[in-house]
Design a protein around this ligand. Structure first.
Ligand code: SAH
Ligand code: SF4
Ligand code: F3S
Length: 447
């Protein structure tokens, strides 16, 4: 009799979506999902490998849950996802508490791996696939607000950015059958969901061919948007080298496609971008931002930045600060460069920026972004914005929280409003991270 399964998810949105696939695979075999680690027979950690500290957290977590197994040796612990893929059977050598290891393309094999573990054999499947997209599996939604959800449209990555471990742990890029994407979105709408985020490491290279018909990302995005005008559509991540005017025109053409683009720059220096193998220059990136501003004037832009990549000089760093200032990012994820074993940068370049210099540069980047983020929020004070109510605010049940089309978080009194409602909110003030206001009944003309 299959037991209860508990899953903890680390890393990016892809892993969140994958955990839902995992639970779906296991529930088909009779396993029951639980949010309580203590009552679970199977404990899975869906892991991330992007930076060393992501892996450190997992080692720490394994130590912290070891006692559960000591109390009840029948419990099985599985390490799955990107870190499992990177370390393979080495995990089992290093951590005796782990019973099974499964990479991101091996989730259909989990029932077998678990039964192996239950019969006392350590089990591993870290095979990467060229085809697996889990297209036919309906993910089981967990711990969600019932309003917003992720839908994976592709897996893997072919880009080989010099610093990045993703192509090694997630394998080659492959797109998912558009019909299966559309069906998943329809199911979500039927369950009451009001927003989907289409996920891929580089959505702009989505491509599907059938019966002589090509589907590219703008086509897919448009088809998703046309399903229901009340469904908001977001996507992540765009690669600056591939983002096309056609995509921007599609975004601009539909009110329900959110006016927000995450466009990771990584650096503002063309020399560093070349070393990073990003395949665009500073000028190219600026041209793409100009195109966004022209085609979608009300679009917000966020980014990812890495401080202290190999050979980075003060001049390169200043180029990053200046492109931030120029782009006026609404939001950014910012990291100090962390060498990952096996990547091109680890094999070919010296990690030669001293830690204290990386840290200082990262702090300068963060300080500038705080200024830009605050400016972005202040611009909305006094305006009426359309918000999709997602959930009660973390601080008080009397307030609700949601986001604007531009992906800015808004908090407002919950009275009379339900999850999933569209609300016009008059913004009265802001904190560095949040817009605060009150619902107003009229639909203003400018949205
Ligand atoms: N596919 C997405 C990024 C996925 S990883 C893209 O290309 O934009 C998310 C972010 O982690 C990256 O954008 C990068 O900024 C950061 N990152 C990846 N590897 C890193 C490393 N070795 N050190 C520091 N940051 C890293
Ligand atoms: Fe990593 Fe580059 Fe692929 Fe993004 S595009 S996942 S940074 S290799
Ligand atoms: Fe995502 Fe981390 Fe894997 S960022 S793709 S979970 S390495």
């Amino acid at each position: 009799m299959p037991g209860k399964v508990y899953i903890e998810t680390y890393g990016c949105q892809m892993n969140v979506a994958d955990s839902e696939v995992v639970v779906s695979v296991l529930s088909k075999q009779g396993y029951e999902h639980t949010n309580d680690i203590n009552e679970a027979e199977i404990i899975l950690l869906n892991t991330c490998s992007i930076r060393e500290n992501a892996e450190q957290r997992i080692w720490g977590r394994l130590k912290a849950i070891t006692h559960l197994k000591r109390k009840d040796p029948r419990k099985k612990i599985g390490l799955i996802g990107c870190m499992a893929e990177r370390l393979k059977e080495k995990v089992l050598e290093n951590e005796r508490v782990v019973d099974l290891v499964a990479g991101p393309d091996a989730y259909r094999d989990l029932p077998f791996l678990i039964s192996e573990a239950e019969s006392g054999h350590k089990a591993v499947n870290v095979l990467l696939s060229r085809e697996e997209t889990y297209a036919d599996i309906s993910p089981v939604r967990m711990d969600r607000n019932g309003v917003t959800s992720f839908v994976s449209i592709m897996r893997g990555c072919n880009n080989m950015c010099a610093y990045c471990v993703v192509p090694y742990v997630r394998g080659a890029e492959r797109s998912r059958d558009p019909e299966s994407v559309l069906n998943e979105v329809r199911d979500l709408i039927a369950e009451g969901y009001r927003e989907v985020t289409l996920l891929g490491q580089n959505v702009d290279s989505y491509s599907w061919q059938k019966n002589g018909l090509d589907t590219y990302f703008p086509d897919l995005l448009e088809r998703v948007a046309l399903i229901d005008p009340l469904l908001r559509v977001r996507f992540s991540t765009s690669h600056p080298k591939d983002i096309s005017d056609r995509l921007l025109e599609t975004i601009s053409g539909y009110k329900n496609i959110c006016k927000h683009i995450h466009l990771p720059a990584q650096s503002g220096s063309s020399r560093i971008l070349k070393l990073m193998n990003r395949e665009y220059t500073r000028e190219w990136y600026m041209d793409r931002v100009d195109a966004i501003r022209t085609i979608i004037p009300d679009c917000s832009i966020s980014t990812d930045l890495i401080a202290g990549f190999c050979t980075e000089t003060e001049e390169d760093h200043n180029a990053t600060l200046s492109i931030m200032e120029w782009a006026g990012y609404d939001f950014a994820y910012m990291f100090a460069y962390n060498e990952r074993p096996g990547t091109k940068a680890a094999r070919k370049y010296m990690d030669d920026v001293p830690p204290e210099v990386k840290k200082r540069r990262l702090n300068e980047i963060i300080a500038l972004q705080n200024k830009l983020s605050a400016r972005s929020k202040k611009q909305d004070v006094g305006k009426v914005v359309e918000v999709l109510a997602e959930d009660f605010s973390k601080r008080s049940k009397e307030h609700m929280s949601g986001r604007t089309s531009q992906n800015k978080v808004v908090v407002f009194p919950a009275e009379g409003i339900n999850r999933g409602d569209y609300v016009n909110v008059h913004i009265e003030r802001c904190t560095p991270a949040t817009l605060i206001g009150k619902a107003v009944p009229v639909l203003p003309l400018d949205i």
